[in-house]
Design a protein around this ligand. Structure first.
Ligand code: DX5
Ligand code: ZN
Length: 220
C-alpha cells in the first residue's frame, strides 16, 4: 500500500485569502492541494479556474496540486490547467466524449491522470484504461458542493476499486472525496483508499494541524 496522502479541498478555504490559507494548511502537514473546478453546467456550482491555480503557484505554493475537473466539455481546458501548474488532472468520464483521448491529452500535457466516479457511476469505465491511470477518485457525495454527508455505500465501491488496482499490479492511487472526517477516515482507509480529500473537516477546524494529525492517526 502506498503512503497515505491528505489533500485538503480548498473549496472550503477562505477565497479572499486563498494563498495564505493554502500555505497554512500545507504548513500544518497536508500533502497535496485538492483544487475543485466547477462550471455551473456539469455541476450546479461555479468555482475557480486556471488563473487562480497559476496565482497559487506564483504565490509560492509548491506542493502537488490535484485538479478535480467537474466540467463539460473536458478537453479544451486541459492544456490551460497544465500550463498553469497542475500536477494531476482528474475528470468525470460522463463529461468526456472520448475518455481514452482525454487521458492521452492529460499525459501529453505532462500531468498525471485520474478518472472520477460519481456515487452511481459503475467502475466499468476502468475496463480498458487502467494502463493510463495514475489515480482513481471515488466520490463519496454527489459532486457540486462541500459539506455534504459521506454516502456509506462508497465503502463497498472502494473495496471493489482496490481489488481492481491490486489485480492490475500498477501503482494507481485510490482517492476518496466528500464528507471525509477524522471519525470516518479509519473505515475509509480500511476499505482501501490511500488518498484522502477533506474540505470542511479541515478548513472548518479550529486547528488545522491537530485535525490533520487526528486523520493520520485514524488512518493508522
Ligand atoms: C465536491 C468536491 C469536494 C468537496 C469536499 O464536489 O469535489 O472536493 O470540496 O468537501 P467536504 O470534505 O466538505 O465534503
Ligand atoms: Zn473534489
Amino acid at each position: 500500500r502506498q503512503t497515505p496522502i491528505i489533500a485538503p479541498s480548498i473549496l472550503a478555504a477562505d477565497f479572499a485569502r486563498l494563498g495564505e490559507d493554502t500555505a497554512a494548511v500545507l504548513a500544518a502537514g497536508a500533502d497535496w492541494v485538492h483544487f475543485d473546478v466547477m462550471d455551473n453546467h456539469y455541476v450546479p456550482n461555479l468555482t475557480i479556474g486556471p488563473m487562480v491555480l497559476q496565482s497559487l503557484r506564483k504565490y509560492g505554493i509548491a506542493a502537488p496540486i490535484d485538479v478535480h475537473l467537474m466540467v463539460k466539455p473536458v478537453d479544451r481546458i486541459v492544456p490551460d490547467f497544465a500550463r498553469a501548474g497542475a500536477s494531476l488532472i482528474s475528470f468525470h468520464p460522463e463529461a468526456s466524449e472520448h475518455v481514452d483521448r482525454t487521458l492521452g491529452l492529460i499525459k501529453e500535457s505532462g500531468c498525471q491522470a485520474g478518472l472520477v466516479f460519481n456515487p452511481a457511476t459503475p467502475l466499468d469505465y476502468l475496463d480498458y484504461v487502467m494502463d493510463k491511470l495514475d489515480l482513481i477518485l471515488i466520490m463519496s457525495v454527489n459532486p457540486g458542493f462541500g459539506g455534504q454527508k459521506f454516502i456509506p455505500g462508497t465503502l463497498e465501491k472502494l473495496r471493489e476499486a482496490r481489488q481492481r488496482i491490486d489485480a492490475s499490479g500498477r501503482a494507481i492511487r485510490l482517492e476518496v472525496d466528500g464528507g471525509v472526517t477524522a471519525e470516518n477516515i479509519g473505515a475509509i482507509a480500511a476499505a482501501g483508499a490511500d488518498t484522502f480529500v477533506a474540505g470542511s473537516a479541515i478548513f472548518h477546524a479550529k486547528d488545522y494541524r491537530a485535525e490533520i494529525a487526528a486523520m493520520r492517526k485514524a488512518i493508522g
